[in-house]
Design a protein around this ligand. Sequence first.
Ligand SMILES: Nc1ncnc2c1ncn2[C@@H]1O[C@H](COP(=O)(O)OP(=O)(O)OP(=O)(O)O)[C@@H](O)[C@H]1O
Length: 386
Amino acid sequence: MTLPPLVEPAADLSIEEVRRYSRHLIIPDVGMDGQKRLKNAKVLAVGAGGLGSPVLMYLAAAGVGTLGIVEFDTVDESNLQRQIIHGQSDVGRSKAESARDSIKEINPLIDVRLHETRLDSENVLDIFREYDLIVDGTDNFATRYLVNDACVLLDKPYVWGSIYRFDGQVSVFWNEHGPNYRDLYPVPPPPGMVPSCAEGGVLGVLCATAGAIQATEAVKLITGIGETLLGRLMVYDALEMTFRTIKVRKDPEGEPITGLIDYEAFCGVVSEEAQEAAAGSTITVDELKDMMDAGKDFELIDVREPNEYEIVSIPGAKLIPKDEILSGRKLSELPQDRPIVLHCKTGVRSAEVLAAVKNAGFKDAVHVQGGVTAWATRIDKALPTY
Ligand SMILES: Nc1ncnc2c1ncn2[C@@H]1O[C@H](COP(=O)(O)OP(=O)(O)OP(=O)(O)O)[C@@H](O)[C@H]1O
């Protein structure tokens, strides 16, 4: 959809800016007017991770005058495979500060504002008010619904992106002029149904493709050039190397968004059924270690995928992937005569499996809080986390 420019042009460009942005200025559709609009624009990136990295780097290079970053996390070694705004020497540092330093290196003329906090219902409206446009590079449903609803309430355009393994999706939402995120995804998927990149992995370079499309949409919205992805969903398949766009319409049945809600509860990080099953049937990794040391007779079952098991596993654990149990295909491999201890990477999937196992009649079953990640950080520190 073609839209009028989102931002008014700045009064002028300095000689330094004219030199720096000359390859933009000679594109007739951008020109001085478009570059001045970019200079005046205030864009907020939510998350400085896989998608946030290319988004921030390209918008900085393009001359977006003010870039905000909301990010609470620190750089982990496993981020470096895709989060190219951070480098080896940034491991352990605040992602927001590391991103700011990279931006300043790319373009010192940019004003960078840091919001070193987790975006939530309490702070979202105050933070968003400062910006013209929100670009979301986060990895969880609760934050996406939060960003969407805040954008609707404040009438801001929302550039959304999502990545998983070899697939990317990008769209633009703007309730005043077209659909919002809830028109595409009215309700979140059931907890555990859609694995995160931390659980399922992501091809690092996929972030560049999806993030660059998000940055392109931001530039188009600011300057008013081209057809935006408002009302269209871009679906990218890196293995097939195809880009498809699908129409997104406003849902006539869609509930109006009148305020913010409890997004963690709405997205149910762990399903209610799993929470019920886990209540009183959860053990810590220290308790698991004590059971092992005491020679207790039990079956330890790892419900992750085979490739995860290959990266790191708890000694003695038998691998039966979650879907093999949930589908009933491998229920017969569970012992009838001994207690069952289930674990996964962090304790989300094992809680889901625990509910299914108990429903199937295996009453003497527990799951391990924090999974193999807790085991590797508390019990056997020589093991890697991923
Ligand atoms: N509510 C939020 N407020 C601020 N930042 C957020 C919020 N939710 C997610 N993020 C940030 O968004 C980024 C998303 O990046 P990415 O998808 O590459 O995953 P990651 O969390 O860094 O990595 P992994 O989950 O694989 O360890 C992360 O840096 C994360 O800290």
